[in-house]
Ligand binder design. Structure first.
Ligand code: IVH
Length: 684
């Protein structure tokens, strides 16, 4: 019987590994998220029931949750070298001639061209197919041990080969790769960091590096990191003769290898291919700062040797920087949906990476003051990938004395009402709740969060301008006749629009909460709130204390929520939405009843990896459990942390089930009370 179970568990792991590979390496998923989750849940259950059959390379072991005191140092098996640079095609040609002179006359070289990903170099060690060590480059000889962090990255295989049918595992394999964050994900991360009042990252590379070097691996696990591998540092049990073979080998083992790598018989072809990428760099979903051109034959690579830290057989052909200099003519201000006044620069048009730039963000007034950016300044503009162009810094030496210092506006440029800068906040706000610019943004935000297809900012503006919408709830009171009054909306699009508005009445609670546009409450926080409250009216009557008691919710956001619903206007808005038939949440709140924690008593001992005792207590209580300070026969579970006290021995003597923080999280996550139960009208 256990053999049978062991086999079933192995099959499940294999299946999950396969789907993880399809999803995170090939970007070609074959299952739905729900199916995948079901496989994971099944495996987790089996591993919990048979802990002796759990394995370190199991996909369940990626979750993170460990907190490290520091990163240990690791020595690399061979120095991790860097590259010399070429900036124009002639630099590459000169390099080619230099190396030809060092090789026997008549040598014909092949070249591999690889996009140069702008991320963080990582070194991964596998022994008998198992991922045993992951490290940063460090100074090239000694790096930092970030194994636990890398385990949370889905495209890092925990076991190779990923596919059971492929070759056998090499005895020992050390590979080099680049961990990176796709540009889209970087932008989303920055937005959510900003929402939470946390630090944002200057570019995807910093975001990747910052995310990997987290002592708390659950932070790493929550970040959208990926990996491309491109080199074998050492191998035992794999005979590899060329770089092209290396890449094929890495692929066959299940590593993610960049699809745009190419092999050439001629340096001019390699240069032409590189230059194509220079043009197309903006189309890639990740940041590249150039290409790497490598001599294909590994023996030739070796014979060419190293100059300083740079192997002669490889060269980085860097793309031109995405920076330009121009004059800042004027400052404009956008009004955001929460009333934030967002300054932007109006520029003398300038070419940058193939497009003409006329506007760039100035972030906020603190940033302007810190960088001392003035109107009339010559400034450096930066643009990275699809990221919005930004004003990097002024060229102070070029000042004429005519430049004007930028001051914080005293009034809103859209409605003329006073602007204020709350103590301790970076942003400056327009405090007029009926400011038309804010209304447009709020409606557009509502429409995009509630998935009202075809209703963007432009339409919102037009509806507000025509006096058809005064607040977002007006959307649900629009008639066909109203909409047809607008220029440019034909019968068909009117019907589609009204149908989309109607359909949006049925969205889940978390969407609704996020769509309200409460300051600091984005999708993540909204999801948390939807687990603790069953409807918008229930959230609206929550006290500051109750909100602050939710693990992960800070006092600022709690205060924002209370302030939002304390506002008479917002209360009326919620009423108006409800009267229009917008579903306000779940009908029943099955939380306490259905929770596996309901009426269970927990005792906590030791230091938990991420929660404080208080947070653990609140989580348990929020799901219907109780916390007691002494172990007795009535104790249902001991929640065990690092360096436990005598409660641990006592619990063991009494045979009390023991869980750790991760298991408790799972118990809570599996709680149907916390899931989206059928969405029924609040007052149904
Ligand atoms: S080869 C011995 N190939 O670029 C040289 N590097 O400036 C090994 N990089 O530190 C590097 N993509 O972080 C190589 N396909 C690629 C690369 C790549 C990105 C990074 C890597 C390296 C830096 C060199």
């Amino acid at each position: 019987m256990p053999d049978d179970i062991k086999q079933r568990m192995e099959n499940l792991r294999q299946l999950i590994r396969h789907h993880t590979y399809l999803y995170h390496v090939l970007d070609a998923p074959e299952t739905s998220d729900a199916e995948f989750d079901a496989l994971m849940t099944r495996l987790r259950q089996l591993e919990e029931a048979h802990p002796e059959l759990a394995t370190p390379d199991s996909p369940t072991q990626r979750v993170g949750g460990q907190v490290q005191a520091q990163f240990n140092k690791v020595s690399h098996p061979a120095p991790i070298l860097s590259l010399s640079n070429a900036f124009i095609a002639d630099d590459v040609r000169a390099w080619h001639e230099r190396i030809l002179r060092l090789l026997p006359a008549g040598t014909r070289l092949q070249f591999v061209v690889e996009p140069k990903i702008d991320g963080l170099t990582v070194i991964l060690r596998y022994e008998d197919g198992l991922f045993v060590l992951g490290a940063t480059r460090g100074n090239g000889e000694v790096g930092e041990d970030i194994t636990l962090n890398l385990r949370t990255v889905q495209s890092v295989p925990l076991r190779i080969p990923v596919h059971a049918s492929a070759l056998s595992a090499p005895r020992r394999l050390v590979v080099r790769g680049e961990a990176y964050m796709p540009i889209r994900d970087f932008e989303t991360l920055n937005r959510s960091q900003e929402e939470k009042g946390q630090k944002t990252f200057a570019n995807p590379r910093n975001a990747a590096a910052g995310s990997l070097r987290q002592l708390d691996t659950s932070i790493t696990a929550s970040r959208p990191l990926r990996l491309f591998t491109y080199a074998v540092v050492t191998s035992e049990g794999a005979e590899l003769l060329t770089q092209w073979e290396v890449l094929q080998y890495l692929k066959s083992m299940g590593f993610s290898v960049n699809p745009d790598m190419a092999l050439f018989d001629d340096i001019e072809e390699a240069i032409a291919y590189s230059e194509q990428w220079m043009e197309k760099r903006g189309t890639l979903p990740y940041e590249v700062d150039g290409v790497v051109i490598k001599v294909n034959d590994l023996a030739t690579q070796n014979s060419l040797g190293i100059v300083g830290k740079d192997p002669r057989a490889k060269i980085a052909f860097k793309f031109p920087a995405r920076e330009a200099t121009t004059r800042l003519k004027e400052m404009g201000i956008n009004v955001g949906r929460t009333g934030t006044l967002n300054p932007f620069a109006i520029l003398e048009p300038v070419e940058l990476g193939g497009v003409t730039i006329e506007r760039a963000t100035l972030h906020n007034f603190e940033d302007i003051a810190r960088k001392d950016i003035r109107i009339g300044d010559m400034v450096i503009i930066k643009r990275a990938g699809d990221v919005i162009p930004q004003v990097e810094k002024p060229l102070v030496q070029l000042r004429t004395g005519e430049e004007q210092v930028i001051t914080i506006p005293k009034s809103c440029p859209a409605c003329g009402k006073p602007a204020v800068k709350p103590e301790g906040e970076v942003a400056v706000y327009c405090v007029n709740p009926s400011c038309p610019a804010q209304t447009v943004q709020r409606i557009a935000h509502w429409a995009s969060t509630m998935d009202i297809e075809g209703f963007g900012e432009r339409l919102a503006q037009s509806f507000v301008d025509h006096g058809l919408l005064h607040d977002l709830a007006d959307l649900y009171y629009l008639t066909r006749k109203d909409v047809l009054k607008l220029p440019g909306l034909a019968d068909r699009s009117t019907d589609n629009l009204l149908a989309a508005v109607e359909a949006s009445k049925e969205r889940p609670l978390s969407r609704l909460i996020a769509a309200l546009g409460i300051r600091g409450v984005g999708t993540t926080i909204a999801q948390m709130l939807a687990q603790h409250f069953s409807s918008v009216p229930e959230l609206a009557s929550a006290s500051t204390e109750a909100l602050e008691g939710i693990p992960g919710l800070g006092p600022i956001i709690a205060a924002n929520i209370v302030a939002f619903f304390a506002n008479e206007r917002n209360r009326r808005l919620v009423d108006k939405l409800q009267r229009a038939g917008v579903k306000m949440g779940r009908k029943i709140e099955p939380k306490a009843e259905a929770s596996p924690l309901a009426s269970k008593t927990f005792v906590i001992t030791g230091t938990l990896p991420t929660w404080t005792r208080e947070e653990a207590k609140q989580t348990i209580e929020a799901h219907g459990g109780k916390v007691s300070s002494t172990v007795s026969k009535k104790t249902s579970y001991l929640l065990l942390g690092e360096n436990p006290g005598s409660k641990y021995d006592k619990a063991r003597n009494l045979d009390i089930p023991i869980v750790d923080e991760a298991q408790l999280r799972e118990m809570v996550a599996g709680n149907p009370g916390a899931e989206a139960v059928t969405q029924l009208g609040f007052d149904a």
